[in-house]
Design a binder for this molecule. Sequence first.
Ligand code: SF4
Length: 193
Amino acid sequence: MAEIDRKGLRKLVEESLQELPVVQYAWLSEEEIPFSDRVREICESECPRCGTSWSCPPGVGTVEECRNRCAAFPEVFVFTTIAEVMDAADMEETLATRAAHEEVTKEIRGIFEKAGYRTLALSADSCAICDKCAYPDAPCRHPDRMLPCIESYGIIVPKLAEKAGIEFMNGSNIVTWFGMILGRFGEKRADGD
Ligand code: SF4
């Protein structure tokens, strides 16, 4: 496949957004992604999924390893979708809106891939594909479908939003979901290895 340059990829992705419920988006460079070990500390102290899934620490690797993985991708697309809920503090209701966001993430990943780009896609919250994650006894059952959580990579999402010029929050009972697609021309998907 003839290489589609950065301008061509961006045009292709942006044209497709007219058909997708993306609220805001931005293109960043890999150097602009704000990594911090501090995020990992929050995962460990506050998230019950930490240590229970391939999509979370330590299954995704160290923050340094995650940073190095991202460094192989010169194209960084950040976007948000939103969902209105009755009560944003109701985790069950909030998490029920995540599937629609993940579908959008996969759609955009597909656009990168059709253009011949290898991708690394990150989404929101821990993977919930299997009733019980195979971690740590066996490899991930669906590495091509699983989307690691953005925070699991040690990325500070409020800072990412600031760098991208994207609203971190959109209202009291509006859930704002962030997604990232990283790409580079050639080869197959990185998160499906
Ligand atoms: S697809 Fe299954 S095994 Fe893989 S991270 Fe998700 S829940 Fe775990």
